[in-house]
Design a protein around this ligand. Structure first.
Ligand code: SAM
Length: 231
């Protein structure tokens, strides 16, 4: 296990995080040291609801407010690794949710712009970032499928909800050599795609495997009405 982090910064549930990182992250093939360190440090139990505290380090997604979920730790690690972040990267995240994946990314890049459509979740995440001293995260409440034009271009974009297509708005806001990671498919299963914009602005698409996310709802995603009918 990689341990070049300062244990003094960590809290009482470190042993559980070490167990989570070893058995769910490293043993499953995640090798990016920045991802591993970030997952060792960020206290996942501070991003789950009171009644889910006991399960914070289990190998599972958990329900959060507004009918949404905090993703399974392995999937967060897989997506973070797929972004191939460098310390100076500027990142856009769509789907702040609990704020957990935002916190993971914020330790790996220079700044994170994150968008959440539910006020309650966005405001709760803002409080968490403030309480935990994250100063490189900006939260916006709105439709993330349109991206965040004023802050573009982004070196990396992460979408943490599943959409029907790759939104062209996000492709347009991706920098040259930028990476976009997004689940695309139907409301049940999606393929986790990484789209890379080459030096000549061509797009290279890779399939990183099957995943299951809550729906990406917005102008370039699923419609809310459609979603309500199917739930
Ligand atoms: N990254 C989150 C975490 O670590 O807790 C997981 C988020 S959850 C799987 C997906 C989130 O995407 C939900 O909070 C949902 O409200 C949000 N979402 C869905 N469509 C969105 C949109 N168009 N813009 C912004 N957020 C959206």
């Amino acid at each position: 296990m990689i341990k070049d982090y300062n244990k003094g910064d960590l809290d009482e549930r470190l042993a559980e995080r070490e167990w989570m990182v070893q058995t769910q992250i490293i043993d499953r093939g995640i090798t990016d040291e920045a991802v591993i360190n970030s997952m060792l440090i960020v206290p996942r139990h501070k991003y789950v609801m009171e009644d889910k505290q006991a399960y914070a380090y289990y190998d599972t997604a958990l329900k959060i407010q507004a009918g949404q979920t905090i993703s399974q730790p392995y999937i967060v690690a897989l997506m973070a690794q797929a972004l191939e972040l460098k310390a100076g990267d500027k990142v856009l995240e769509i789907g702040t949710g609990s704020g957990y994946s935002t916190a993971i990314l914020s330790r790996m890049a220079v700044c994170i712009y994150t968008i959440e459509r539910h006020h309650l979740l966005a405001n709760q995440a803002k409080d968490r970032f403030q309480n935990q001293g994250y100063e490189n995260i900006e939260v916006h409440i709105g439709d993330g499928t349109l991206g965040w034009k004023e802050k573009a271009p982004f070196d990396a974009i992460l979408v943490t909800a599943g959409g029907p297509v790759v939104p062209d708005s996000l492709i347009n806001q991706l920098a040259i050599a930028g990476r976009l990671v997004i689940p695309v498919g139907d409301k049940g299963d999606q393929r986790l795609l990484r789209v890379t914009k080459t030096m000549t602005s061509e797009l290279i698409e890779e399939n990183l495997g099957l995943v299951r996310f809550v729906p990406l709802i917005g102008t370039k995603g699923w419609s809310e009405l459609n979603n309500m009918n199917l739930e």
